[in-house]
Design a protein around this ligand. Structure first.
Ligand code: AMP
Ligand code: ZN
Length: 493
């Protein structure tokens, strides 16, 4: 698998620190407002990257912080007359809700900056002890940029050039204009924590390095964020980590391109933004997902509502194909099919689609090529259904359907799965027998079975868990334990 490393500007083979395991950290939002769809693009890109790594068999540990103390939060809270903590809580919850609606898998670890102050104080103390940071008279602590020989390596800048561009601040306690704050002395009315340097709060860059180190250990396999974070945020994260722990923070740096409107980066400050919430209130999440995945994650993405209308139609077409395949398989009078040649061609198209999909994703997560492979299969499947009418080969038809569902699922497009009567009616009986289910709905029955099996496993009651699985298998279904949870699907023919 090749992944583009923005530090080296080259695609490189993925070689995890620990075999078969990937540790991943993606900078989370500063929670002072609803996020916009530009932020959403970055989080969705890493969701798909994570899902694909899981699909490839890696055990992925994914951590993402919430920046819940920051100048913007403090300012907004005072404008709204609420406490900073309250405002941060409101927008943390809003962020988590919108991510869920967008179908982004929840992180395994979600540290909040305000709960991790001790780890940050440890890191800052370590930096001071090693001569990489100093506390100023005003109670701020600064990182000494010139003490870090590798400073600028990530973003490709050198310290002298930076100095030319540096804003010369007046009344500063910095030794050097390049230095940045690790710890900020408290101002009246601001949230503050005790520290060896008096009351204060951490700087933004401090947070991520300390949390990465605490929860994942350094170096991690993949560190990600939007390309606007490369400098100074990620450069500073790197400098802190290498200076404190003498190890790189991450082996691979991945950065997403910016989502734009009318050629300009979407941002709060320019006012040219749509919140994720307002877009998801009007459009299906998977249509937005398809739109985003049509562009490679590193390229800029031009957003427009007309494009989104277009992907709504693509999504409907995919759903239609999946439903028609299912219907045709169920209606088929002759399981072997009349047109063996056409069935063979569809079988070949399934294999081609799968290998094109994997080839595209293995090449630095080329989601647009991966989607093209899926659409090509959908087109072939439609042609087959037209040719075969209701005389389809059940096994090939179901395999085409399952492949479409599976590959779209890897990209997080889950809504193509047909909901009605997806499961044979016998699951209801089975759920009544082994899971105490009392209703009549196959989908609910499947959930009851999943839950009963999970509970049996949790109680280490392996005999019951196995009996449930065997019962499911006997109905031509299989149990799959995936990152997104347990699923019951049709057995591949
Ligand atoms: P922030 O809360 O501003 O730190 O942003 C959260 C994430 O969204 C960061 O990874 C940013 O790089 C990313 N981001 C901000 N604006 C955009 C945009 N227009 N397109 C894509 N990603 C963005
Ligand atoms: Zn960060």
């Amino acid at each position: 698998m090749l992944i583009y490393n923005s530090q080296t500007h080259k695609k490189q083979e993925l070689v995890p620190v620990e075999p078969d395991h990937i540790s991943m950290y993606v900078c989370g939002p500063t929670v002072y407002d609803q996020i916009h769809i530009g932020n959403g693009r970055t989080f969705l890109s890493f969701d798909v990257i994570r899902r694909y790594l899981i699909y490839k068999g890696y055990q992925v540990t994914f951590a993402q912080n919430l920046t819940d103390v920051d100048d913007k939060i403090i300012q907004r809270a005072s404008e709204e007359g609420v406490s900073a903590a309250e405002l941060a809580r409101t927008y943390s919850d809003a962020f988590i809700e919108q991510m869920d609606r967008l179908g982004v898998l929840a992180p395994d670890i979600r540290p909040r900056a305000t709960q991790e102050i001790d780890a940050m104080i440890d890191m800052i103390s370590g930096l001071i002890d090693q001569g990489h940071a100093y506390s100023a008279d005003n109670g701020d602590v600064y990182f000494s940029v010139r003490s870090c020989e590798t400073y600028g390596n990530l973003s490709g800048r050198n310290v002298d050039e930076l100095l030319v561009g540096a804003r010369i601040e007046e009344n500063t306690d910095k030794n050097d204009p390049l230095d940045f704050a690790l710890w900020k002395a408290a101002k009246p009315g601001e949230p503050a924590w005790e520290s060896p340097w008096g009351l204060g709060r951490p700087g933004w860059h401090t947070e991520c390095s300390a949390m990465v180190h605490r929860y994942l250990g350094t170096p991690i396999d993949i560190h990600g964020g939007g390309s606007d974070l490369i400098f100074p945020h990620h450069e500073n994260e790197c400098a802190q980590a290498t200076s404190c722990w003498h190890e790189p923070l991450a082996n691979l740096w991945m950065h997403t391109g910016m989502l734009r409107v009318d050629g300009e980066k979407m941002s709060k400050s320019l006012g040219n933004f749509y919140t994720l919430k307002e877009v998801l209130d009007r459009y299906p999440a998977d249509a937005l997902r398809l739109l985003m995945l049509q562009t490679h994650y590193r390229s800029p993405l031009d957003f427009s509502f007309s494009r989104l209308e277009g992907t709504c139609q693509s999504l409907e077409r995919l759903r239609g194909t999946v439903k028609n395949l299912k219907w045709a398989a169920e209606q088929s009078e002759d399981a072997s099919g009349q047109d063996a040649q056409a069935a063979q061609e569809l079988a070949a198209a399934i294999d081609e689609a799968r290998s094109a999909f994997v080839g595209a994703m293995d090449d630095d997560f080329n989601t647009s090529a991966a989607l093209a492979a899926i659409f090509a299969l959908a087109t072939k499947a439609n042609t087959y259904l037209d040719q075969a009418k209701n005389q389809v080969s059940t096994s090939v038809t179901l395999r085409a359907m399952d492949t479409l569902i599976e590959l779209l699922g890897v990209l997080g497009v889950e809504s193509v799965r047909p909901a009605d009567n997806e499961y044979p009616l016998e699951v209801v009986e089975l759920a009544r027998e082994v899971a105490g289910y009392e209703g009549n709905d196959p989908t609910e029955a499947v959930s009851a079975l999943i839950e009963a099996r999970a509970q049996a496993r949790q109680e280490k009651n392996w005999a019951t868990a196995d009996a449930i699985r065997d019962g499911i298998n006997a109905l031509g279904l299989v149990v799959e334990d995936t990152a997104a949870g347990t699923r019951i699907t049709r057995q591949q023919a």
